[in-house]
Ligand binder design. Structure first.
Ligand code: SAH
Ligand code: AVI
Length: 315
C-alpha cells in the first residue's frame, strides 16, 4: 500500500476505530465527504425528493433584502461546511461591500474548486478558503480589508447532523468566532410529515444510498480499511419521537473487516450508524440556541413551513 496516497492521519484512524469499537458501531458523518462524497451530495441537492436545498434557496431569494440589511456592509462572511457555496452565491450577488468570504470545509479538493469558481464569478470579493474540521479550533485568515463584523453562515441544516450537546458546543464555537458584534445566519430544517422526510433520505434514484455507501469506499481509499462495500446496504428511517433521521449501513452477512491493524466482526443485520439528521421545532431550536448563549432575532420560512433560515445574535 502506498502510504503517501493515504490521508492516514493517526487521529482520524483512532477516531474511526473508537467509533467502530462502541456497542453501537458508528462512523462520524464528516467521513462522507471525500471528493466523490461532495459530488454525490451535490447530486442529492438536485433530487426532487430532497426538499431542503430548493426550499432554502427559495427562502433566501424571497428575503434577501431583509437578510442583506441584517448582515450590513463590510462584513466578513464565514461559511461553515461550504460545499459548493450554492446558497452563498445569492448572498454574494446582493450583499455589496463585503470585507471577505471565508468558506470552511473538510473536503479540500472540492473546497478549492468551489472557491476558484466564486473568485471568477465575484472578482471583487476577497475569497479566503480554509480546509479544516470545524468541530476543532482553527485559525481564521486575515482579510485585506478590516471587517466591521463577522457573520457566520451555516446553511443546509448541517447543524442537524450533530446531537444536542455537540450542536450546542458548535454554536458556542461559532459565536466565539463571530466575535463582538457578530451574528449567525443558519439554515434549520423543521419537523413535518414523516413521509416527506423519509422520501428525502430514500430517493428513488438511489443517490443517497450511494452517498452513504461511499463512506466505506472513502475509508478503504484513504484510511487503510478493507470493507466489502457490496455486503452493506443503505438504510434511512425517521424517528418521530426523537425528531431525527437515522442513516445506517446494514451488514448483509456475518463478516469481518479491518481499519488499519484493527479487525472487527459484524453480524448479519447489524448496523453501522453513519448520520443523524435532526429536524427541529422553532421552540426546540430557540431553546438549544439559548443554551449556547444565542438569541433568535429573526426567522424566515417558506409558505409550507418546511424549512427555516434564522438570524442569531448573542443573548
Ligand atoms: N452548505 C452546503 C453544503 C452542506 S453539506 C449546503 O447547504 O448545501 C455539508 C458540508 O459540510 C460538506 O461540504 C462537508 O464537506 C462539510 N462538513 C461536514 N462535516 C464537516 C466538518 N466536521 N468540518 C468541516 N466541514 C464539514
Ligand atoms: C449535510 N446534511 C445537512 C445533509 C442532511 O440532510 O442531513 C446530509 C445528507 N445525508 C443524507 N442526505 C443528505
Amino acid at each position: 500500500m502506498a502510504v503517501s496516497n493515504l490521508a492516514m492521519g493517526s487521529a482520524e484512524i483512532s477516531e474511526i476505530v473508537a467509533g467502530l469499537s462502541a456497542d453501537q458501531k458508528q462512523i462520524s458523518p464528516k467521513y462522507f465527504y471525500d471528493e466523490r462524497g461532495s459530488q454525490l451530495f451535490d447530486q442529492i441537492t438536485q433530487l426532487p425528493e430532497y426538499y431542503l436545498t430548493n426550499t432554502e434557496l427559495g427562502i433566501m431569494r424571497d428575503n434577501i433584502d431583509e437578510m442583506f440589511a441584517m448582515v450590513g456592509k463590510q462584513a466578513s462572511l464565514i461559511e461553515f461546511g461550504s460545499g459548493s457555496s450554492l446558497k452563498t452565491r445569492i448572498l454574494l450577488e446582493h450583499v455589496s461591500e463585503l470585507a471577505a468570504y471565508v468558506p470552511v470545509d473538510i473536503s479540500s479538493e472540492h473546497l478549492h474548486a468551489s472557491a476558484q469558481q466564486i473568485r471568477e464569478q465575484f472578482p471583487h470579493v476577497d475569497v479566503l478558503p480554509v480546509v479544516a474540521d470545524f468541530t476543532q479550533a482553527f485559525a481564521l485568515p486575515k482579510p485585506t480589508v478590516m471587517p466591521v463584523r463577522n457573520i457566520i453562515y451555516f446553511p443546509g441544516s448541517t447543524i442537524g447532523n450533530f446531537e444536542h450537546d455537540m450542536a450546542v458546543d458548535l454554536l458556542r464555537v461559532m459565536y466565539q468566532e463571530a466575535g463582538k458584534g457578530g451574528a449567525l445566519l443558519i439554515g434549520v430544517d423543521l419537523q413535518k410529515d414523516a413521509d416527506i422526510i423519509e422520501s428525502a433520505y430514500n430517493d428513488s434514484a438511489g443517490v443517497t444510498a450511494e452517498f452513504n455507501l461511499n463512506m466505506l469506499q472513502h475509508l478503504n481509499r484513504d484510511y487503510g480499511a478493507n470493507f466489502d462495500v457490496d455486503e452493506f446496504a443503505h438504510s434511512a428511517n425517521y424517528d418521530e419521537d426523537k425528531g431525527r433521521v437515522v442513516l445506517e449501513l446494514v451488514s448483509q452477512a456475518d463478516q469481518s473487516f479491518a481499519v488499519g491493524d484493527t479487525a472487527f466482526d459484524i453480524a448479519d443485520g447489524e448496523a453501522i450508524l453513519t448520520e443523524y439528521s435532526h429536524k427541529y421545532t422553532l421552540d426546540g431550536f430557540a431553546s438549544m440556541a439559548s443554551t449556547a448563549g444565542l438569541s433568535v432575532e429573526k426567522v424566515w420560512m417558506d409558505a409550507k413551513q418546511l424549512f427555516s433560515v434564522q438570524f442569531l445574535t448573542r443573548l
